[in-house]
Ligand binder design. Sequence first.
Ligand code: 2M8
Length: 425
Amino acid sequence: MVNVTDAARAILARNDRGGYTVPTDGLYPFQWNWDSAFVSMGFATFDIDRAYQELERFIQGQWNNGMFPHIIFHVPSDSYFPGPDVWQTEQCHSKKPMTSGITQPPVFGIALRFLYEAVLVTGRHDMLERTHTLFNAALRSHRWWLKARDPDKRGLVAILHPWESGSDNSPAWDEALARVPTTTKTEICRQDTKHVNATMRPRNIDYQRFTHLVEVYRECQWDPIKQWSHAPFKIADVQMTAILARATADLIWMASQLNLSDALEELFTMHQLLINGLNSRWNQHIRGFVSLDLISGKDIEKPTQTCFIPLIALELDSYQRKSIQEEIERWCQGMVIGIPTTAPFSPDFESKRYWRGPVWAVINWLIADGLRKNQLKELAAIIEGNTISVIERAGFCEYFDPITGEGLGGNTFSWTAAAYLVLRR
Ligand code: 2M8
């Protein structure tokens, strides 16, 4: 019998393109932002040099203004839409690899701490300079987040495109996305449905709106101030904010390890702002945290995984803790595997369609981590155990049907392999 840990390492080796890892062959032929951060943690369980390399290749795509783009197009490929010809971001990152024009969840800082902890365990002293370089890139990107995506200093950072959230077609974005026009100047040549059954992917109308948004921001020449004022889609997202807050806490830890006292003060201020913002988003009805639609001014009361992600950054009070525990248990009732990314009792739930219900290993990883942080260790262990066993049964799939446990989407997925390696340790 093949050892599953070896199989997970083999997936990472197979998706390695020379120092960076593609999410999976064919469907996603470039380096993705939060995928790479998760993948680097997977590598750190057995090859710390390669783990560092993953982040080093990634920061090659950092923009002059500090933004970490969501895709780095290291080498051309025509198996993905939209490619660099649609984004047209050359002026933002002179002499660097081509990139997309939007960002993704800042898991980078979380990964950097994870890697550095592994370095400390090995007692290696030759990684300091490399660590400093990565730390500085992370700090610049956090500054970009606060400046470009929270100009009103609410303590909540906004997404301007559903692709930025990483949960592209989540029901959480439905109402806001419905206001975005479906007209596009670009010819939409979807490649994803050549790799994966269309019923497991976003709809064509979603792609029209995704592409329309790209065009709006391209016309703003990717200038953050212009984008902020022209954005037809603008959501202060609690998942994004929670990841940024947690990553900021991890950078605080890094700064104290590296004796960077100047950075410490700035990071503390950033962290407090984000924690206050997140705390203001508790919703009694949903029994979780909710995002805010900055255009309609409305709370987004959709039961999606987003509501639980703030656990990774916050210390909940006992009432919140109990509510979230009960809510997660309710969502998992009758499921072969939890946690579904949309509550199964919601009319929006679709067990096979991408971010509208399927279970994602990296989301379980984050939530379990948040549960542990909040002393809900038993529930965390159940979720981790279920994630490990579904991967052992169904393989390293992109996502899983919570009702049947079936593996869906792309196969041989890097971040699923990384999740396995980290959760199985
Ligand atoms: C999916 O998103 C990309 C766009 O970024 C796509 O569907 O084309 C999402 O699952 C996202 O979270 C993930 O980072 C990416 C690569 O795995 O695929």
